[in-house]
Ligand binder design. Structure first.
Ligand code: URA
Length: 244
């Protein structure tokens, strides 16, 4: 849901202030009724007309981005830091990240202007798998990794069981590379899970999101999802399985 004047401004009808004026003047209709209240909330499914002309709905677009480290997963940043939106100067639609990756985390991040799609992919009830590769300080034993598979207690609750695989270890440098798959999206979850078992993350990358991976992309690059991929993601979110 969005404020009517904001929706009009975003649709390019007029500036926010001019849009407010149009509403006050009774020139804006929502679902066939004149609306004069500035706070009115509207959604994608509402039909909006301005001076008798129907507002065109923005076409839905879907991108897969290889987010580099040192960039914010947001549309804007009040501290003026670079955001993922800065990597899409060629996209006219108002796209936003599906969930988020930390400033220091790199990897696969979806971007879209489709709010329902974003909700389905980020809500934990839909159980979309996300696979990360973490470099941690120290070399945990199988037993020390076990709590991650059972669920660890964080300050905002217990995590769901994760799948964990040791990929390599380096005794001399005292570090290990570990793959972990989770389907929740608590804030800084992977870092906090490893903190909880005493092996802090030094570097983190999201390698996979559902069946999608980063093949063919360098950090900072993106590609559009195919319509088949978009469909499969919806099916997977709804059923917990990949459709064929
Ligand atoms: N877990 C984290 O700790 N950071 C991320 O960016 C994503 C998952």
């Amino acid at each position: 849901m969005e404020r009517l004047q904001k929706m009009l401004a975003h649709a390019g009808v007029a500036s926010r202030r001019k849009a407010e004026q149009l509403i006050l003047e009774g020139k804006v209709q929502v679902n066939g009724k004149v609306v004069r209240e500035l706070g009115t909330k509207v959604s994608e499914s509402d039909t909006i007309e301005v001076a008798g002309v129907k507002l065109e709905k923005e076409q839905k677009v879907y991108y897969l981005l290889y987010k580099p480290r040192g960039i914010i997963s947001a549309v804007t940043d009040d501290k003026g830091r670079k955001t993922v939106s800065d990597l899409f100067p060629f996209v006219p639609e108002r796209i936003f990240p599906v969930g988020r990756l930390d400033y220091e985390t790199s990897g696969l991040l979806l971007m879209t202007n489709d709010g329902d799609f974003s909700y389905m992919l980020t809500h934990p009830k839909f159980k979309i798998d996300k696979t990360y590769v973490a470099r941690v300080k120290g070399i945990p034993t199988r037993e020390q990794l076990r709590p991650l598979e059972r669920g660890v207690v964080l300050e905002d609750g217990k995590t769901a069981p994760a799948r964990v695989k040791m990929l390599s270890s380096d005794k001399k440098a005292d570090k290990a590379i570990i793959e972990i798959t989770i389907h929740e999206g608590k804030n800084r979850q992977v870092r906090r899970m490893f903190d909880a078992i005493g092996f802090p993350v030094q570097k983190l990358k999201r390698e996979r999101f559902a069946f999608l991976n980063l093949h063919g992309l360098n950090a900072g690059e993106s590609r559009e999802l195919t319509s088949h991929e978009v469909k499969l993601l919806r099916v997977q979110a709804e059923t917990g399985k990949i459709g064929s």
